[in-house]
Design a protein around this ligand. Structure first.
Ligand code: SF4
Ligand code: SF4
Length: 254
């Protein structure tokens, strides 16, 4: 089966969570509300082995293992627009947009033979899937490969940083391990959200005070936007706790 796809830059998918490479996260720290998303996956899925390779595995009570993907994200509350989306639907960082946006709709974090569903636009999206558009996928093989390869390369490089970080977090935070177990066993799956600041020490020469000063107004703006909204209760709690964390960091600056 063949799938054609071309992005017309309509901006209609530019909302909610946006996975980011670590370089993209740091490059856009002045714009996106950054968090870390931990996503457990039970055995059996086509992308299980890849997720285990790029992330870590945890033992479940039933003697099986879950693979856990750890990724930086722009943690925009569901259905809220990306902070880089202008009112006319254009991306204001088009020239430097994150690799995830360039690779869309393919995903470097999924196995090559596990992309089919991603090539079906959601209702209302203006993606061009006509036979005149780019031939992207044929018989579960990616044809136009350059952006997919670029994203996969970033994911492999990031895994070198994220895997030891994740192992240390699991060893020192039993509550994190328990939360991941709970999510792995839920039939509908789930995620655990962790403050991005927990990773900063592993990212080279990042000035933690400058980073906190960049992130605080962004995170606080999302805390304000989601205040009192029942459908954004969890997100609001994460924004509020994270803003408090950055306030403490800024106050501790010598
Ligand atoms: S960075 Fe640009 S292309 Fe990517 S989701 Fe945001 S607005 Fe869309
Ligand atoms: S909805 Fe489709 S056409 Fe519109 S920006 Fe997203 S990928 Fe591109």
């Amino acid at each position: 089966m063949e799938r054609h796809f071309e992005c017309t830059a309509c901006g209609k998918c530019c909302q909610g969570w946006l996975p980011l490479s670590l370089d993209d996260a740091l490059a856009h720290a002045g714009r996106f509300p950054l968090f870390l998303l931990w996503t457990p996956m039970r055995p059996g899925g086509k992308s299980f082995d890849l997720t285990a390779k790029l992330g870590i595995t945890i033992k479940l009570k039933n003697r099986k293992k879950a693979a856990v993907r750890i990724t930086a994200i722009s943690y925009v509350a569901s259905h809220m627009p990306c902070p880089a989306l202008a009112e006319d639907g254009k991306c204001v960082v088009h020239e430097t947009k994150p690799q995830r946006c360039k690779t869309m709709p393919l995903s470097g974090s999924r196995a090559e033979n596990d992309q089919t569903d991603l090539l079906i636009p959601s209702p209302g999206w203006d993606c061009d899937i006509s036979s005149e558009s780019t031939l992207l996928y044929r018989d579960k093989q990616i044809i136009a490969r350059s952006e997919f390869e670029a994203e996969r390369k970033q994911l492999v490089a990031d895994a070198e940083i994220l895997r030891p970080y994740a192992q240390l977090m699991l060893d020192s935070l039993p509550s994190l391990r328990m939360d991941l177990h709970k999510m792995a066993l839920r039939p509908q799956g789930g995620h655990v959200i962790v403050n991005f600041s927990t990773l900063l020490a592993r990212l080279g020469n990042v000035d933690v005070f400058a980073f906190a000063a960049q992130q605080l107004p962004i995170i606080q703006a999302f805390a304000d936007l989601t205040r009192g909204q029942a459908n954004h209760k969890d997100e609001h709690q994460h924004y509020t706790a994270c803003a408090e964390d950055y306030r403490r960091t800024i106050d501790a600056k010598p």
